[in-house]
Design a protein around this ligand. Structure first.
Ligand code: FES
Ligand SMILES: [Fe+2]
Length: 434
């Protein structure tokens, strides 16, 4: 449970809010590089931390992230012409480069120097790990990119997706570090089979069903925390899943079986009520992700490209699950009796149904947290501490230490009951190779 004040502190991310300032101290993955497929391709509209922005790839291949509204009379630059190293507003022809300079102003007299006085808001952008990253903080404090393994492996070893969720970033984040829910929310009644690609994730399920009350131990780190979930298997070994959680919004969870791609999700706040999720999986071995694995990891075809209209009229170019709140996630009540706990088709939709169904911002003053919520409590505390510290002038440590992010999850069996000792034995397995 949180106080009303702490819940607001945790969830409000607009410019000038304490948590909004924390997020503005980190590079954030905003788009997939493939969304800006080639030089001079159509621009994209998106919103991050409550700010409406347009992204474009210029003639030289550089990515620019600028205010969505033209500084002349606020026309939308999404409709602009992306040509000759700049985005030109089609209302009166003003043109801006990736750094926000006005490089042409044909509607003013040729001798005017007005164009040198006008700039559009532009944020630094970098491409890394198949994503376009954005820094929205103070100029002199540019942080380091988090050196997560999924960003550093070759493209052949990585699978990325992006989609919108209709709730505050923290609800998705909390689902991510809530290993206990997998036993219930994602339960299916049909038997586990190696041959059935739909049951790929079932090994997690097998042990999840044998022990539905995992023992969680959280250990603080410089980048956030690592937690171990220990389940009884009915045998001498425990089933251990170790999850990494990195500030401000990244998880690395183990794959469904030892040796499978691992990965996680970044819950990047669009505004207080919407989240852009970037999902990443990577092969942690020498071999690329196989097509068979890719099929299982890929979020499409259940996620489709949409023009998403916000209540205030802004439009975002994003993806949305075809199962969503508008159609009750296509719940099938018959399937809920015979096939699965929820009657909703995919784990991803099941997750969205519960996290987004809490309302845009969950009322945490009314919850009752149990022992399996230990990691969630920790994540909230860490984020709230960052927000309070920053108000005192203390900068977030991991923002300027990208190498801290070179960590891995673990999925294994071990007779060791103590998480501290287990992790010490497996220390090497929790470190990224690249
Ligand atoms: S509104 Fe963009 S040039 Fe006039
Ligand atoms: Fe889930």
């Amino acid at each position: 449970m949180l106080s009303k004040a702490d819940n607001e502190l945790l969830t409000q991310v607009g410019s000038g809010t304490p948590m909004g300032e924390v997020f503005r101290r980190f590079w954030l993955p905003a788009l997939l590089s493939t969304e800006l497929s080639q030089p001079d391709c159509p621009p994209l509209r998106f919103r991050l931390l409550g700010e409406d922005l347009v992204a474009f790839r210029d003639t030289n291949g550089r990515v620019g992230i600028i205010d969505s509204a033209c500084p002349h009379r606020r026309a939308s630059l999404f409709f602009g012409r992306n040509e000759e190293c700049g985005l030109r507003c089609v209302y009166h022809g003003w043109k801006f480069d990736v750094d926000g300079n006005c490089v042409d102003m044909p509607s003013e007299p040729a001798e005017s120097n007005f164009k040198d006085k006008v700039k559009i808001k532009a944020y630094p952008a970098k491409e890394f790990g198949g994503c376009v990253w954005l820094y929205m903080g103070p100029q002199g404090l540019q942080p380091e990119l988090p050196q997560m393994e999924w960003c550093r492996v070759p493209d052949t070893h990585r699978e990325l997706s992006r989609w919108i969720q209709e709730a505050n970033y923290m609800q998705g984040t909390e689902g991510e570090i809530d290993t206990a829910h997998t036993t219930y929310l994602h339960k299916r009644f049909d038997p586990y089979s190696n041959e059935n690609p739909d049951r790929r994730g079932a090994e997690t399920q097998v042990y999840g069903q044998r022990d539905g009350a995992p023992m969680l131990t959280v250990q603080d780190t410089d980048y956030g925390f690592v937690y171990g979930s220990r389940r009884n298997t009915g045998d001498k070994d425990y089933y251990w899943r170790v999850t990494q959680w990195m500030l401000p919004v990244y998880s690395i969870t183990a794959g469904p079986r030892p040796g499978w791609p691992q990965g996680g999700r970044a819950y990047v706040p669009i505004d207080d009520d919407h989240t852009s999720v970037i999902q990443y999986y990577f092969s942690a071995g020498d071999d690329p992700i196989t097509e068979h694995e890719r099929d299982g990891l890929r979020i499409s075809p259940t996620v489709e490209q949409v023009k998403y209209r916000m209540l205030d009229g802004a439009v975002l170019d994003t993806w949305r699950d075809i199962r969503n709140a508008d159609n009750d996630y296509l719940i099938d009540r018959e399937a809920q009796k015979t096939l699965s706990f929820t009657g909703i088709a995919t784990a991803r939709s099941q997750d969205e149904m519960v996290t987004d169904g809490m309302g845009a911002v969950a009322d945490r003053t009314k919850e009752h947290l149990g022992t399996t919520d230990a990691a969630i409590i920790r994540a909230r505390r860490l984020l709230l501490t960052l927000a309070r510290d920053l108000q005192e002038g203390i900068e977030p440590y991991p923002a300027s230490h990208g190498d801290l992010y070179r960590v891995r999850s673990i999925h294994t069996f071990s007779p060791e009951p103590d998480f501290g000792k287990f992790l010490e034995e497996r220390r090497e397995d929790a470190i990224a190779r690249v």
